[in-house]
Ligand binder design. Structure first.
Ligand code: GDP
Ligand code: MG
Length: 178
């Protein structure tokens, strides 16, 4: 018998870091320079044949136009089982905001056992880095561990770099919870 799992995953981070682009890339396999910022909450569904007996229905929740407040309501976070926390590798201020978003997440939703929901850190727009972030990598490893992320990835929604890997990492962590 096949079992079906529905996972609500939040995609959070500052305005313009590429949240909508990451979702569109992952779900619809497209990239565009211009996404209309629809106000409100939007979500996209991706169905994964996880293994021979499990189908995962992944609901990716996008926030639209509310990032400026730096936090979301409890209603938005309700029943989420994982999160992608995104920053823009070319804008330091968006990295500084990562902990604010992680804090907002952890203060508003938790697993049944009280543990934080798995969160993966995405440094997006890595295609725009001329030299790469190699020298900073060990630092981000520590940052990731110290702040309770299950992993981190340099991503590009534009070039389709590591988007699948980052989301796989998250889904694996979600599956490992139960
Ligand atoms: P959001 O506000 O977090 O949803 O960000 P958007 O997805 O709307 O992206 C903001 C801008 O960054 C848009 O012009 C995108 O085309 C651009 N963008 C998003 N991801 C990437 C990426 O990986 N590389 C580059 N070069 N630009 C990106
Ligand atoms: Mg958006």
């Amino acid at each position: 018998m096949q079992q079906e799992r529905l996972f609500k995953v939040l995609v959070i981070g500052d305005l313009g870091v590429g949240k909508t682009s990451i979702i569109k890339r992952y779900v619809h396999k497209i990239f565009s320079q211009h996404y209309r910022a629809t106000i409100g909450v939007d979500f996209a569904l991706k169905v994964l044949n996880w293994d021979h007996k499990t189908v995962v229905r992944l609901q990716l929740w996008d926030i639209a136009g509310q990032e400026r407040y730096g936090n979301m309501t409890r209603v938005y976070y309700r029943e989420a089982v994982g999160a992608l926390v995104v920053f823009d590798m070319t804008r330091a201020s968006t990295f500084q905001a990562v902990l604010k978003w992680k804090g907002d997440l952890d203060s508003k939703v938790a697993l049944g056992n009280g543990r934080p929901v798995p969160a993966v850190l995405l440094g997006n727009k890595c295609d725009q880095l001329s030299t790469g972030l190699c020298s900073k990598l060990p630092k981000l490893e520590n940052f990731t561990r110290d702040h309770g992320f299950v992993g981190w990835y340099e991503t590009s929604a534009k070039d389709n770099t590591n988007i699948d890997a980052a989301i796989m990492c998250l889904v694996e962590s979600i599956m490992a919870v139960e």
